[in-house]
Design a protein around this ligand. Structure first.
Ligand SMILES: Cc1ncc(COP(=O)(O)O)c(C=O)c1O
Length: 460
């Protein structure tokens, strides 16, 4: 471990050997996923058409700690442990008594936290003889992580990229191609659901819900292919706990403990990855500190703050199991905001349960104020944030400003889940004042949800 005045690094021996699984520590059992065919609790074996057995086992495991395979640790070591920084320049700019720390996941080869699970998923698929993986991607962060990870283990990949992001972020596609992935804009003509949507609406901008349907179809209809998900499911969040486990060691090494743990939420993986280990401290009585967990989302896609807690499908074509989660409805098409990775209609069931039970608070911001926060962070800390985690920066700044008002020395930890150096189009729109505020009308959300309930497509 090394500390200079702002970076707290761990050496390779500090890389955790286990992931932390929250399932045994939830305040009540997680409502089971439902079979889309009969709406009864799904038997895990049914998932074998699209996922490898080891990941299905992890999905329902009640083991608190799960060993990280050595082959996965070895790949992790090409960029992990990631640095924890104290944002002293941002603190000075804000003139706050708060101490702000951020865990920087942008140092990975694809530039975000996503390979923490992509590498694990590619490894388990490879071990079970799978040759090819399909997935969806929004901003392209997840797609490039999966392209990187499959390349490490000699697998092929096909990635359905939400059309609006495919055009907004063309260089993410090139990155995926360089790692050998086939990338198609979604909706595409490669699947029946894509074709149907394009027939009805040729300019459909796409959504993660549609791209998931296409990727699952591709996996279910090809023997050598399985599907890989970049967020939401328990096993994905499990793999991301490497972030919080490292951050905890780094903070311990300087005798700090966070009062707030903050993260942006698209499906919930980077935020869960950072806060679960601190949640474990709380429920196991290891921390006397009443740490608050803050989930941050866009006002353009306000799942936790304005969605309904109900059983919904994960995809637009209603092919996935139904998950109990906060949702805006599986047919929700979010406005084309630049934080492409936060444009998902639902969230991880574990996170939703913890929000419902009051363990986690949720806040939402408009994209213009989020980009202003990203600019301040860039000016002070020198890192250009991905638009997604810029939401966490905005929340951290607001907490630090509240601390200034009350004169309290708060310790804030947030997850800087990725860099924004492939998001220059977004930043160009921002500096040229072409970035509109997007606040999704609450009435429209309510109408959509009520219509789905009436049609029996959303179960309370
Ligand atoms: C950098 C970054 N942060 C956050 C997210 C949101 O996803 P999740 O909530 O699963 O971390 C994404 C999704 O693409 C992302 O690319």
């Amino acid at each position: 471990m090394t500390v200079n005045n702002r970076a707290i690094t761990l050496d390779k021996e500090g890389l955790p050997k286990v992931w932390y699984n929250i399932l045994p520590d939830l305040p009540e059992p997680l409502p089971p996923p439902l079979d889309p065919e009969n709406r009864k609790p799904l038997s895990p074996e049914k998932l074998e058409a699209i996922f490898p057995r080891e990941l299905i086992k992890q999905e329902v495991s009640e083991e608190r700690f799960i060993a990280i395979p050595e082959e996965v640790r070895e790949v992790y070591m090409s960029w992990r442990p990631t640095p924890l920084f104290r944002a002293i320049y941002l603190e000075r700019k804000l003139k706050t008594p708060a101490k702000i720390y951020y865990k920087y996941e942008g140092v990975s080869p694809p530039g975000s936290h996503k390979p923490n699970t992509a590498v694990a998923q590619a490894y388990y698929n490879m071990r079970e003889g799978i040759e090819r993986l399909t997935t969806e991607t929004g901003a392209g962060q997840w797609g490039s992580a999966l392209a990187y990870a499959t390349h490490q283990f000699g697998l092929k990949s096909k990635i359905f990229m939400v059309k609006v992001s495919y055009h907004q972020k063309p260089f993410r596609k090139v990155l995926m191609n360089l790692w050998g992935a086939e990338v198609v804009p979604s909706p595409s003509n490669d699947t029946p659901i894509g074709k149907q949507i394009l027939k009805e609406e040729p300019d459909n901008p796409g959504s993660l819900g549609i791209a998931i349907s296409e990727a699952i179809y591709e996996a279910a209809t090809n023997e050598d292919t399985k599907y890989s998900l970049g967020s939401v499911l328990n096993h994905v969040l499990l793999h991301q706990t490497i972030i919080g486990l490292e951050a905890k060691r780094q903070l311990e090494s300087i005798d700090e403990y966070p009062d707030y743990v903050v993260g942006a939420v698209g499906g919930g993986s980077n935020f869960s990855g950072i806060f679960w280990p601190f949640y474990y401290d709380r429920v196991s009585g290891k921390a006397d500190n009443d740490t608050r967990f803050i989930a941050v989302e866009p006002l353009a896609c306000p799942t936790l703050t304005n969605g309904i807690y109900a059983y919904d499908f994960g995809d637009a074509a209603r092919m996935t199991p139904l998950l109990k989660m906060y949702t805006l409805g599986h047919n929700f098409i979010p406005p084309p905001i630049h934080a492409g990775g936060l444009r998902y209609h639902g969230d991880a069931p574990t996170l939703c349960l913890l929000v419902k039970k009051g363990y986690v608070d949720a806040v939402a911001y408009d994209q213009v104020e989020v980009f202003e926060a990203a600019q301040m962070f860039f000016e002070t800390e020198g890192i250009l944030s991905a638009p997604e985690c810029a939401h966490a920066i905005k929340a951290a700044i607001d907490i630090a400003l509240e601390a200034k008002k009350s004169g309290e020395e708060r310790v804030i930890l947030f997850n800087l889940s990725g860099h924004g150096y492939f998001d220059m189009k977004a930043y160009e729109d921002y500096v040229e004042k072409r970035l509109p505020p997007y606040i999704y009308p609450v009435d429209k959300i309510k109408d959509n949800i009520n219509a789905l309930i009436k049609d029996g497509k959303l179960l309370l």
